[in-house]
Design a protein around this ligand. Sequence first.
Ligand code: ADP
Length: 525
Amino acid sequence: MEADVNLLIIEDRQEDVALVVNELRRAGIAPLWERVDCEPDFVARLERPDLPDVILANDALPRCGAMRALELLKERKLDIPLIVMADAVDEEAASDRIQRGAADYFVKDRLGRVAAAIDRALEVKRLRGDKQRAEERLEESERQLHLALEAARMITWTWDMRTGKRSSSPPDSTTIWPPGKAPPDLDTFFRSIHPDDCQPLFDRVQQTLKDGSGYSVEFRIPLPTGGVRWVRGQGRVFRDAAGQPTHLAGVSMDITDQKLAERALRESEAKWRSDQEKVQQHLAKLAHVTRLQMMGELMSEVSHEINQPLYAISNFAEASLNRLRSPIEGAGPEILSWLEQIAVQANRAGEIIRRIGRFVRKSPAKLAPADVNRIVRDVVGLLSVDVRLDTVELELQLAESLPPVKVDRIQIEQVLVNLLRNALEAMADNPAARRHLSVHTESLPSGAVRIAVRDNGRGLESGELDRLFEPFFTTKTDGMGMGLSISHSIVEAHGGRLEAVPNPERGMTFQFTLPVASNEAPDDI
Ligand code: ADP
């Protein structure tokens, strides 16, 4: 039969033990029991792992009384209920034993109570165990909550509105307040935050107390080491049954990193915008140069075309007027007005040309020593803002320690922009993985510096090569055909040469030379 209870009896009288055991059996309890009658045996029994569920101890045993047994249990921190058995009724002794920790007390001649006492003691022990386990679980979950709060850089807090005192969890967290600086009351709290944030926060708390809404505010805490910690505080008000606010509770989160990241982002956005503006301004400047240059080229074409007829009109008008001055029969005022019209038109045409001429008058080139490699890198950087350079394989083979060249930087940049754009457009039909563009710089034995732009695009058809540098020669539907002709004049004006060389396998190389600046360090280094 299985034992209901594992019982240790501290008793020197065998017959009393038999009585107890019989009584328990009578009450339906099957005890597994042992008896000891002296302290060493009791201590030895406590050393064994199968500890008893309940101890029954004779109160007056000379070699190990019930109270001594209780002390030994306490020393060992053993939670085993101990029930005192007394020989005679003694109310005072009974309450003394209970006060000192005995689970129960009964007199031997009232053995009928023993079973109920054991049941109760076991029940109390079980409840105590349950309570302890619940407390352990609570402690564990609090520990986990604290860990989670620390990891999220948060604390939870409560302000008692009646005492003004504060408490927080984790209680000793330094997530929000520097060590030892957690404010103990509301007054200290408002004095501890940044003066600029104090009033808005105070107003929000007052508002919350009035209308019961929650609040979420950001504020700064000045740090003893300098700087501030940014905090987001969220709270709400709790009230008693009468509607009176009893406490404010909420969470505070350290958002300093987020604030710093936001600031860094704002700054880098602003820098990006200003860089972008600079690039746009530079591109606009280049476009302006192109436009002026283009107008210049156009102008020379136009004036060439228009000058002769103008001259003829002017001569004709002159001759007609002379004729009229020595009148012929039939020529009347009609001819005069016609001739006057010719003169007016001729003058007007002349004026138009003069106006355009004034507008596009080429500004003199501003020559200064410059580093060619740097110009190449800058132009590639500029272009990458405008076109998808990442869809081509771009290779820069820039010779080291090139001598500086004497150039108008803007104009040479424009030449490179033209050549690179043309190369990209020539490769537009290549599969993306097969677009190879390279820019190569080198110093020639003649002393000049050569810049070559090489692509593996569609190349040129026969007959096109001879016409490349003619104004208005284009094979593009939306092309102007002015880029190469302008580039050609710019390079020539610098004393260099621009030429187009078909590559042996595929595509074109456009290369130009620039004379070296004598003994001058580049301005742009
Ligand atoms: P646009 O680009 O407006 O046509 P350009 O003077 O820059 O004017 O170029 C003239 C023509 O030269 C282009 O239309 C094109 O047919 C040809 N061309 C220029 N560069 C290349 C190149 N890298 N590969 C093949 N053809 C080119």
